[in-house]
Design a binder for this molecule. Structure first.
Ligand code: 8DG
Ligand code: MN
Ligand code: MN
Length: 360
């Protein structure tokens, strides 16, 4: 038994965007449990609960050492009653009974499998489950109409659920750069998402495309996609997308963007393991005008919770509105221009947090 005096106490800021969260997680037993419950809440469209678990998980990720006793958590922000109960269960029993029963539940398993299909969200998965579809086999034989993206997602299910490595991300980056160079000289490609934060693997590869001359980027996405599609005969090519040029982007985000699947030729070593010489990889492409580039880079680098917390900080603490396009100061009633992420943090009155420390 450890006495109160021996236990380290932590002092942690309440917004994730005030904290430095590296990939070095000392409490993965706790964050895994909380993240699974967050995921389950999100899959069930319980957004409030999802965010609460995400915030609790993010707080635990930011702690400098491993938590061994509940008393260390006294006074910490972001930990609600429910999260504390889960943490207590893991600390005392090694596992959380709620997490274990969720993992075993037929509904959670089905939601995981079905939303693992590219183009299938929680809503569609829920509808299928209500019709008795719990797995891919049942889906294939159900006669459900799938859209193009979903058909492609189902076809490449195993590939797309296999983590993407940094080497694969770099190879995709070269293809994207080549495509962009071919359709508009001087265009720039930036790696965003988890790989920019230093992650070694990801569920996809995220890129932001711009051109130093404002306006030149207009109409760039359809051209890039057309170029990639024209490469069908070469070693690497473009397979399918949703939200692409065929379907105008939702008004949620005014960027030209494309959530797509690439066919990536494998290296010699990986070829021998399976007989396929290529694999499908999820790639997100976003085009931004240079005037919004800093906001777009910040907005697409993540993590998702870090982004959410930046926007909450801006709104609640600074009376400002932050998006992937701009920062608006509601007090001065004007847009604040920025050409770097550092400037945006400065406007927000936040210490600059580099991408590698945004892994909340
Ligand atoms: P992973 O792929 O390695 O699993 O992790 P990630 O790279 O951090 O996650 P991601 O799902 O690829 O998301 C990367 C960033 O993109 C994340 O910070 C949030 C942002 N993002 C979306 N969808 C949208 C959207 O619709 N609008 C905007 N503005 N940003 C979005 O994922
Ligand atoms: Mn990503
Ligand atoms: Mn992405």
């Amino acid at each position: 038994q450890i006495s109160e005096a021996e236990v380290a106490l932590f002092s942690v800021s309440s917004y994730a965007c005030q904290r430095r969260t590296t990939l070095d997680n000392h409490n993965s037993n706790l964050t895994d449990a909380l993240s699974l419950l967050a995921e389950n809440a999100e899959l069930n469209n319980e957004d409030g609960r999802g965010v609460a678990f995400r915030r609790a998980a993010a707080l635990m990720k930011a702690l400098p050492t491993q938590v061994i006793s509940m008393s260390q958590l006294r006074g910490l922000p972001c930990l609600g009653e429910h999260s504390l109960r889960v943490i207590k269960d893991v600390l005392e029993n090694g596992v959380s009974s709620e997490v274990e029963s969720t993992k075993q539940s037929k509904r959670y398993k089905a939601l995981k499998i079905l939303t693992g299909i590219f183009g299938v969200g929680a809503k569609t998965a829920d509808r299928w489950i209500r019709e008795g579809i719990y797995n891919l086999e049942q889906l294939r034989h159900s006669g459900q109409t799938l859209n193009r993206a979903q058909k492609s997602g189902l076809e490449h299910y195993d590939d797309l659920n296999e983590p993407v490595t940094k080497a694969e991300a770099d190879a995709i980056g070269e293809i994207v750069q080549k495509a962009v160079d071919s359709v508009l000289t001087g265009s720039q490609v930036a790696l965003t998402g988890g790989f920019r934060r230093g992650k070694l693997t990801g569920h996809d590869v995220d890129f932001l495309i711009t051109h130093p001359e404002e306006g030149k980027e207009v109409g760039l996405m359809p051209k890039v996609v057309a170029w990639l599609e024209s490469q069908k005969t070469t070693r690497n090519s473009y397979l399918e997308s949703k939200d692409g040029p065929a379907r105008p982007a939702s008004n949620m985000d005014r960027f030209e963007r494309c959530f797509s699947i690439f066919k990536l030729t494998k290296g010699k070593e990986q070829e021998t393991a399976s007989h396929k010489i290529w694999r499908a990889v999820r790639v997100d492409l976003v085009v931004s005008p240079i005037s919004q580039f800093a906001f777009a880079v910040l907005g697409w680098t993540g993590s998702k919770l870090f982004e959410r917390e930046l926007r909450r900080w801006a709104g609640h603490e600074k009376n400002m509105s932050l998006s992937s396009h701009a920062l608006f100061d509601n007090t001065q009633n004007k847009y604040l221009r920025a050409t770097s992420e550092e400037e945006i943090f400065a406007y927000l009155g936040l210490e600059y947090i580099p991408p590698s420390e945004r892994n909340a």
